[in-house]
Design a protein around this ligand. Structure first.
Ligand SMILES: CC(C)(COP(=O)(O)OP(=O)(O)OC[C@H]1O[C@@H](n2cnc3c(N)ncnc32)[C@H](O)[C@@H]1OP(=O)(O)O)[C@@H](O)C(=O)NCCC(=O)NCCS
Length: 163
């Protein structure tokens, strides 16, 4: 597994139909469908945004997912987002999040990293808690999926937390 800067050529893999698309859409609460052009525009925007730190998660050069920090420099804070398109449960998510937390706290000097995760996403919550994220609160009925409402959990980790 390698963590590499996002590249325009990954748009193809992002747009391709994958076996886990429906599951990943549900886990990330993604209602929209994106075209190749949408992904290309997204990569272009991301690469030009000084307040984004993005790493592609790859295996043998193949794009598997991405991890993104969206930095709020005024508050020395960042939002974290991660999604693998495949290759779950092989430790890649843990490695990728460890890397961006190290980047956030050590390189960027941030104080807080926050995220939201749906309450049903037990694998993600396990990984976040293992890495030191704490639960801060619950956004009730934040996601409407197939006619059912689900809560989201707000989690964060601070540079001063004992982990
Ligand atoms: C969430 C995600 C980033 C985790 O990355 P990953 O590479 O699959 O996870 P890892 O292999 O590093 O770790 C998985 C851990 O979860 C545990 N786990 C797996 N399924 C679980 C479940 N249903 N409940 C609780 N723990 C679970 C594993 O035992 C393992 O624990 P360990 O590290 O203590 O041994 C990845 O699965 C993913 O991108 N999923 C799809 C999109 C998504 O959910 N994104 C997050 C949205 S907030």
């Amino acid at each position: 597994m390698e963590l590499v800067p996002l590249r325009m050529e990954f748009a193809q893999a992002m747009a391709a139909d994958g076996p886990n698309d429906a599951e990943v859409d549900r886990l990330t609460g993604t209602h929209a469908t994106f075209t190749l052009e949408d992904y290309e525009a997204y990569i272009e925007r991301t690469l030009n945004d000084p307040n984004r730190y993005t790493r592609a998660i790859t295996e043998d050069g193949e794009f598997l997912g991405e991890v993104v920090l969206t930095v709020d420099p005024d508050n020395r804070s960042a939002g974290l987002r991660i999604a693998l398109w495949g290759g779950f449960g092989k430790g890649y998510g843990t490695i990728a999040i460890r890397h961006v937390l190290d980047h956030a706290f050590t390189v960027l000097g941030l104080h807080r990293v926050e995220l939201e995760v749906y309450a049903f996403n037990e694998r993600a919550i396990h990984v976040y808690e293992k890495l030191g994220f704490r639960r801060e609160g619950r956004l009730r009925d934040a996601l409407l999926w197939d006619g059912v409402f689900h809560d989201a959990i707000v989690m964060s980790i601070l540079s001063t937390d004992n982990i």
